[in-house]
Design a protein around this ligand. Structure first.
Ligand SMILES: Nc1ncnc2c1ncn2[C@@H]1O[C@H](COP(=O)(O)OP(=O)(O)OP(=O)(O)O)[C@@H](O)[C@H]1O
Ligand SMILES: [Mg+2]
Length: 174
């Protein structure tokens, strides 16, 4: 319950707080997020690769929150894998940089892919995977405020990839 309230407060604060945009190295931000998540990896074998990434225009604290939320999901939903593998990468697509977090976990049914980003929307049972269903809604809010997009690709039992763009210097909305 405390966690739920914290998550909702984070979510609502994100709508109001002005963006502090600057040039960032997303790989560095992702490594900071990995530090934040040390405890989540306790006793597990997780091979994490952070590729060299193109610099981006973003609010570093908020981008860190994006990576924390995506990586915590990657760790959680790959719990049954040994080793779990997680890649933080990017690709150039249609003239923009697409950043992604890819895991080899349990995945999900693509029919529900749009639902995932809604508050309290969860595809997995609370008994199997704890959570409140706010993490991806926060990710979406942050990405949209940067003028970017976020989407997911997965197959049941075949892992999941969460991708996002950032708007660039003039892309950030309000
Ligand atoms: N990497 C992933 N692999 C498989 N399913 C995922 C993954 N990431 C998210 N999901 C699905 O999307 C749902 C929503 O994710 P979200 O991060 O918003 O919530 P949560 O992880 O369940 O809870 P919270 O992040 O609030 O602790 C999850 O419940 C899960 O069903
Ligand atoms: Mg989550």
């Amino acid at each position: 319950m405390g966690q739920l309230v914290d998550d909702l407060l984070t979510f609502s604060r994100l709508s109001r707080q002005p963006l502090a945009l600057q040039e960032v190295d997303p790989a560095r931000v992702a490594r900071q997020a990995l530090q934040d998540l040390r405890a989540d990896r306790d006793g597990r074998r997780i091979d994490v690769v952070v590729d060299p990434l193109p610099h981006a225009w973003a609010d570093p604290a908020l981008l860190r929150q994006v990576y924390v939320n995506l990586l915590s999901n990657a760790f959680k939903y790959s719990r049954s894998r040994d080793p779990a593998t997680v890649e933080v990468g990017s690709r150039r697509q249609d003239d923009e940089d697409v950043f992604f977090v890819k895991d080899n976990g349990v995945g999900f049914d693509m029919r529900y892919t749009d639902k995932l980003f809604g508050v309290f929307q969860r595809l997995h049972r609370q008994e199997d995977y704890e959570g409140t269903g706010v993490g991806l809604a926060i990710v979406q809010r942050i990405v949209h405020r940067h003028g970017g997009r976020v989407w997911a690709e997965a197959q049941v039992d075949q892992g999941a990839t969460f991708s996002f763009t950032l708007g660039g210097p003039n892309g950030a909305g309000g």
